[in-house]
Design a binder for this molecule. Structure first.
Ligand SMILES: [Fe+2]
Ligand SMILES: [Fe+2]
Length: 246
């Protein structure tokens, strides 16, 4: 495996590793600034590949912030590996994530972010949004780079394969196909439809992102608001109905 590095927005570098066993990409996003920030660590077992890619953009020991949406191995499994090479790095996650998991799992305490809190890392302002159960998990959150209107959207818009780094074509169709296909896979029921889903998606859409930075699949540049509202409709249509057979 190897990582491909693409600048998808000013000083936002997409580090993409296609994992053939899963048939999907695992994408990290490195924001180069006074206090460099990375969104997702990738798997612990992929750490050497991720580190090599980060090293092509910044000195890895300068990494200051490690953000992620929710506690899963692709989101934060390499957290403690990062602490070994970047002594000033801190995890940045939701209050729930810190209390329930990261305080115990991580080798140093995380920065627990409340809903709406901003990380100022230099030119970029990263606003944290607590989004419980969107895309999934109680502790979920998203980061929004207010400076260039880039939404670091974790598993939202998931689509498989090894597609292009950045597209201006629509991506909701790809995400819909993946949701429908996922309904009959062993990983079904990954995304719950809850009383909060619609309002959370509308709240995120109102940010009007220009770039959507997807953890799995191509990043998107265009009308982020419309894409998120379309995805909200797809989620409601496909997942928002009572299960018939469990
Ligand atoms: Fe996830
Ligand atoms: Fe993921």
């Amino acid at each position: 495996m190897e990582s491909k590095v693409t600048e998808i927005a000013p000083d936002v570098f997409r580090i993409s590793t296609f994992h053939p066993d899963y048939g999907i990409q695992f994408n990290q996003f490195l924001v180069r600034d006074d206090e460099p920030f990375i969104m997702h660590t990738g798997f612990k077992k992929m750490f050497p590949i991720t580190l090599e890619a980060v090293t092509s953009v910044i000195k890895p020991e300068k990494l200051r912030w490690i953000g992620f949406s929710h506690f899963e191995s692709d989101e934060c499994g390499a957290l403690n590996e990062w602490f070994k090479v970047a002594p000033h790095a801190e995890a940045a996650c939701s209050v729930v994530g810190a209390m329930v998991m990261v305080n115990d799992f991580a080798d140093k305490p995380p920065r627990a972010l409340s809903d709406g809190e901003v990380l100022e890392i230099g030119r970029h302002r990263l606003r944290f949004l607590a989004t419980p159960h969107v895309p999934h998990c109680w502790d979920a959150g998203l980061f929004f780079d207010e400076t260039d209107r880039t939404l670091l959207c974790s598993d939202l818009f998931f689509h498989p394969g090894d597609p292009e780094p950045l597209t201006e074509s629509e991506i909701v169709g790809r995400a819909r196909a993946a949701i429908v296909e996922g309904l009959s896979s062993p990983l079904a029921k990954d995304m719950p439809y809850t009383p909060y889903t619609d309002s959370t998606m509308h709240r995120v859409a109102a940010l009007e992102p220009k770039t959507l930075a997807l953890m799995h699949g191509s990043s998107f540049r265009g009308d982020g608001r419309a894409a998120i509202l379309d995805l909200a409709s797809v989620i409601k249509e496909t997942l928002g109905k009572p299960a018939e057979n469990l």
